[in-house]
Design a protein around this ligand. Structure first.
Ligand code: HPA
Length: 306
C-alpha cells in the first residue's frame, strides 16, 4: 500500500498556499448532495483537486472535487466540495490526505457534513444529527488511515479518540440548531465501507452496538484529524430510515440520499453558517503536532451569535 508522507503533505500545502493569499482556520468537508454549502462564502476562490498533487478525486456523482476558499462574516474558511470514500477503492491514508493538508495550511477546526441512514427509530428523514461519537467498522480490520504511519511528526502513533468529537463544538451546534428551530438530535455514527447499503441483520447489529446512524464516510477523516490536533464537529443529515423489518418494501437508494440532501440544503446551510459565525480565532496553545502548527493560530468559540 502506498503511504503518503509528511513530505507529500507539505508539497500539497505549499502548492495551495502559493495559489491564494487566503489563510483559513476553519474547514468544512461537504457530504453527498451538500456541495451548495459553499454558497455562503464571499470572495470565493476555487482550486480543483486535480491541481493539487496526491489529492484524491471523487468518482461519485454529487461530489464536485474542488477546494473553495472564501470568507464568511469575516472568517476565512475553506470548503472541500467533494470527498472520497473507501468504497471508491482509495486507501484510507489517501482518503485522509486532504485533512492532513488542511492542517498544514493552518486549519484548526474541521466541520464535516454527511448523509446517513437512521437506525434510531425516533429520528426521521430530514433530521439533522450532531455526531457525538463513532464506531469505525472498517478501522477494526486494518482499514484505518493511521496504519503504516511511523513518522511521529505526523502526530502521535497511538492517539486517544475518547474526545474525538469536540464537546464545545457539539454544544454550540446544538444551541445553534435550537435557536434556528431546526429538528436535531445527538447520536453515534457507525461507519461502513459500502458501497452496498446494509442488510437487515447488519442494521440490527449496528443498533445493538449502540449506533444511531449508519454511513459510508467521516470516521477515517475524524481519526486522522484528531491525530494532528484538529477539533472536529460532524453534522449528519438523515436521508433515509434504515429498514430493519423483513416485511418492509422500503429500499435505500443513492438517488434518495441526493434528493433529501438537496431538499434540506437550506436548513443545513443555516446551521453550518451560524456555527461558523460563532467561531473566533485565538492563539493555538495545545497543538499536539509540531509540524502542522505552522501559523500559531487556533480557533475557539465566542458566545453564540445568531
Ligand atoms: N446506509 C449507509 N450509508 C448511508 C445510508 C444508509 O442507509 N444513507 C446514507 N448513507
Amino acid at each position: 500500500m502506498e503511504i503518503l508522507t509528511n513530505t507529500d503533505v507539505r508539497e500539497a500545502a505549499q502548492i495551495i498556499l502559493s495559489k491564494t493569499e487566503l489563510r483559513p482556520s476553519i474547514a468544512c468537508i461537504c457530504g453527498s448532495g451538500m456541495g451548495n454549502l459553499v454558497d455562503i462564502l464571499e470572495d470565493s476562490f476555487t482550486i480543483p483537486y486535480a491541481d493539487v498533487p496526491n489529492f484524491p478525486v471523487s468518482t461519485v456523482p454529487g461530489h464536485v472535487g474542488q477546494l473553495v476558499f472564501g470568507n464568511y462574516k469575516g472568517k476565512c474558511c475553506v470548503f472541500l466540495q467533494g470527498r472520497t470514500h473507501l468504497y471508491e477503492g482509495y486507501a484510507p491514508n489517501k482518503i485522509v490526505f486532504p485533512v492532513r493538508v488542511l492542517r498544514a495550511i493552518g486549519v484548526d477546526i474541521l466541520i464535516i457534513t454527511n448523509a446517513a441512514g437512521a437506525l434510531n427509530e425516533t429520528y426521521k428523514t430530514g433530521d439533522l444529527v450532531i455526531v457525538k461519537d463513532h464506531i469505525n467498522i472498517p478501522g477494526f480490520c486494518t482499514c484505518n488511515p493511521l496504519v503504516g504511519i511511523t513518522d511521529e511528526s505526523m502526530g502521535d502513533r497511538f492517539p486517544a479518540m475518547s474526545d474525538a468529537y469536540d464537546a464545545e463544538l457539539r454544544t454550540l451546534a446544538r444551541k445553534t440548531a435550537t435557536a434556528l428551530d431546526i429538528d436535531h438530535h445527538e447520536g453515534v455514527y457507525a461507519a461502513l465501507c459500502g458501497p452496498n447499503f446494509e442488510t437487515i441483520a447488519e442494521a440490527r447489529m449496528f443498533k445493538i452496538l449502540g449506533a444511531d446512524l449508519v454511513g459510508m464516510s467521516t470516521a477515517s477523516e475524524v481519526v486522522a484529524a484528531r491525530q494532528i490536533g484538529l477539533r472536529c464537529c460532524v453534522v449528519s443529515l438523515v436521508t433515509n430510515c434504515v429498514t430493519m423489518d423483513y416485511k418492509s418494501q422500503e429500499k435505500a437508494s443513492h438517488n434518495e440520499v441526493i434528493e433529501v440532501g438537496q431538499s434540506r440544503a437550506s436548513d443545513f446551510q443555516k446551521l453550518i453558517s451560524n456555527l461558523i459565525g460563532s467561531v473566533t480565532a485565538t492563539s493555538r496553545k495545545n497543538s499536539k503536532s509540531n509540524v502542522y502548527s505552522s501559523n500559531g493560530h487556533m480557533s475557539t468559540f465566542s458566545d453564540l451569535q445568531i
